[in-house]
Design a protein around this ligand. Structure first.
Ligand code: PLP
Length: 421
């Protein structure tokens, strides 16, 4: 059992042992399990130090150079560093690093461009979309009129001709691209052209692939989409938060929509973390990391395909796979698969698949991602071993002896590839 970060939390252990123990427990969980939730990662100790700093004490409403509070000179320094580094990483004209999360970033774009009742067109949640793209339980589905596009049930790919037809008929004000579980690259230029044809704006939500885009491993929508939103804690390891990139034309509208439109004081400790994480992503080894993330996902796809488990769309272009269990394991639900893997220390999430017949709490698939394990140093060989362990478990979800063998192997891998040394 490894545990190396929280022992330095001496004040916390004195004043609040309950919280200290929960944090230590979470650290042990992360060290001793294989984290394969596609949206998760491990940030550096440097990012955590920036986040856990006095920056949390300060109000800094406004933007660098034009704050509503005194004493903001160091706030300006970190926010400008975050902005400048993001511009360097993505080549964007304008960056807002204040959104508290990816959802808030999307909200900022909607508030900047839409009135209640305006129309959004986006990818269906069951086909890989996101709640903040107009789902009825989310503000985006309640404030706006929404129509969704999907993937071709045969190929698992988006059919852009159909999207174009749908857009012409529906007449959206914003077309949203980007996804949580679509394993293929989006054709950004194609979607921007479709949006242009119907006089809509194009919002590309790169939440999951922010790091892959920054590294140049995945094509970038910056320059073609009007707005690009992202999370800062998924494939880019800059701590929990969101960001918006746009052109000079829409800069003011976006900034006003975030503050004062949708948020109060920015979370300056998180913005400091973003600055540090973006700085790390500018280092040359970040490209190697991003390449390995994708290579590892392709390796996993091969292992699953060889074992007869179908990845939706036949594989992946990025950091995640969506496994459709209906053919290979018709009696195993996504929920049961998630639990069976959890038992052996492999953390994934159940996920609906295109053409889903079960409820979102049960599902027929699991989503598997490689960003966190790649941060720990997993290469293709180690990832192939993980794939084989997953297959073994899915084939024997109720066998305690098999489970215990797999758990031993997971322990060995965790010890070989520590998160925090
Ligand atoms: C994760 C994600 C978001 C943002 O989520 P938050 O939890 O609000 O940061 C937005 N869009 C997509 C497609 C996502 O996958």
């Amino acid at each position: 059992m490894v545990c190396c970060v929280t022992p330095t939390h001496t004040h916390l252990r004195d004043t609040d042992p309950d919280v200290a123990e929960a944090i230590a427990g979470e650290e042990r969980r992360q060290e001793n399990n294989l984290e394969m939730i596609a949206s998760e990662n491990h940030v550096s100790e440097a990012v955590m130090e920036a986040q856990g700093s006095v920056m949390t004490n300060k109000y800094a409403e406004g933007y660098p150079g034009e704050r509503y509070y005194g004493g903001c000179e160091h706030m300006d320094t970190v926010e400008n560093l975050a902005i400048d580094r993001a511009k360097q990483l993505f080549g964007a004209e304008h960056v807002n690093v204040q959104p508290h999360s990816g959802t808030q970033a999307n909200m900022g774009v909607y508030f900047a461009m839409l009135d209640p009742g305006d129309k959004i067109m986006s990818l269906d949640l069951n086909h890989g979309g996101h709640l903040s793209h107009g789902h009825h339980v989310n503000f985006s589905g309640q404030l706006y009129e929404v129509e969704q596009y999907g993937v071709d049930p045969e190929t698992g790919y988006i059919d852009y001709d159909e999207v174009a037809e749908q857009a012409a008929e529906f007449g959206p004000d914003i077309i949203v691209s980007g996804s949580s579980a679509y394993p293929r690259e989006f054709e950004w230029d194609r979607l921007s052209a479709i949006a242009d044809d119907v006089d809509a704006h194009h919002l590309a939500d790169i939440a999951h692939i922010t790091g892959l885009v920054a590294a140049g491993i995945h094509s970038s929508p910056v320059g073609s989409a009007d707005f690009v939103t992202g999370s800062t804690h998924k494939t880019i390891r800059a701590g929990r938060g969101g960001m918006i990139m746009t052109t000079d034309e829409h800069a003011d509208a976006v900034d006003k929509a975030i503050f004062p439109g949708g948020q109060g004081g920015p979370l300056m400790h998180n913005i400091a973390g973003k600055a540090v994480g973006f700085g790390e992503a500018l280092e040359s080894d970040f490209v190697d990391y991003a390449e390995q993330v994708v290579s590892n996902a392709k390796t996993l796809a091969d292992v699953f395909t060889d074992a007869g488990i179908q990845p939706v769309s036949g594989g992946t272009d990025k950091h995640l796979l969506l496994l459709d269990l209906r053919e290979s394991h018709p009696d195993l639900t996504g929920e049961e698969a998630e639990d069976a893997l959890d038992d052996v220390g492999i953390t994934v999430n159940k996920n609906t698949v295109p053409g889903e017949t079960r409820s979102p709490f049960v599902t027929s698939g699991i989503r598997v991602g490689t960003p966190a394990l790649t941060t720990r140093g997993f290469d293709d060989d180690a990832m192939a071993t993980v794939g084989e362990l997953i297959v073994e478990r899915l084939n024997n979800p109720d066998d305690a002896d098999v489970a215990s063998e797999i758990r031993d192997e997971v322990d060995r891998l965790c010890a070989e590839f520590p998160v925090y040394e």
